[in-house]
Design a protein around this ligand. Sequence first.
Ligand code: GSH
Length: 201
Amino acid sequence: MKLYYKAGACSLASHIVLEETGLPYETEAVDLKTKVTASGADFMQINAKGYVPALVLDTGELLTEGPAILQYLADRVPEKKLVPADGTLERYRLQSWLTFIGTELHRSCTPFFSPASGDAWKAAAMANLERRLDYTNGELAGKAYLLCDGFSVADAYLFTVLSWMPYVKIDLSRWSNLTAFQARVAARPAVQAALKAEGLA
Ligand SMILES: N[C@@H](CCC(=O)N[C@@H](CS)C(=O)NCC(=O)O)C(=O)O
């Protein structure tokens, strides 16, 4: 398998989960502005959506969209329990978190990474983000991870989005459960390995 990524972008969650699975894989960085990969390939020919993460399977097939990639990887190694079993209520709770992180947290960060976004959009996104972080902080009260069964792929995604807060100019120290969560996830060897590989450790 090969993961196309950009250091520190949402593809970091897939990179962390690849490390957690122990499956063999390779990575290739993508310049998201020029859409050229580190080896000089035209990324648009690999993933017509033009964004990361993109996972090329050993069969040569392409899988895109972070939440789908995360679940695909976790399902390859059920013994690692990175996702609840298919068809259980807990699995839908995991999907609920992945959707929330993707559409409410990740998307609310978008205007802060785009020079073209106006102040009104940024203010609305900031208000939304603060409300959603408040909610997430509450959900983590007395819990080590988002789901009761331990670390899951949703935690890798939440960790990745929380790592953007300095760029968004949100001080996470307001939310003690979020900062404790961030430290807990950062201490995982797989997370350290992915961060190091992306030059972020
Ligand atoms: N819906 C996609 C969104 C992925 C996404 O937003 N990727 C960003 C990096 S975090 C990207 O590659 N942006 C470059 C672009 O859209 O041109 C997913 O969940 O995987």
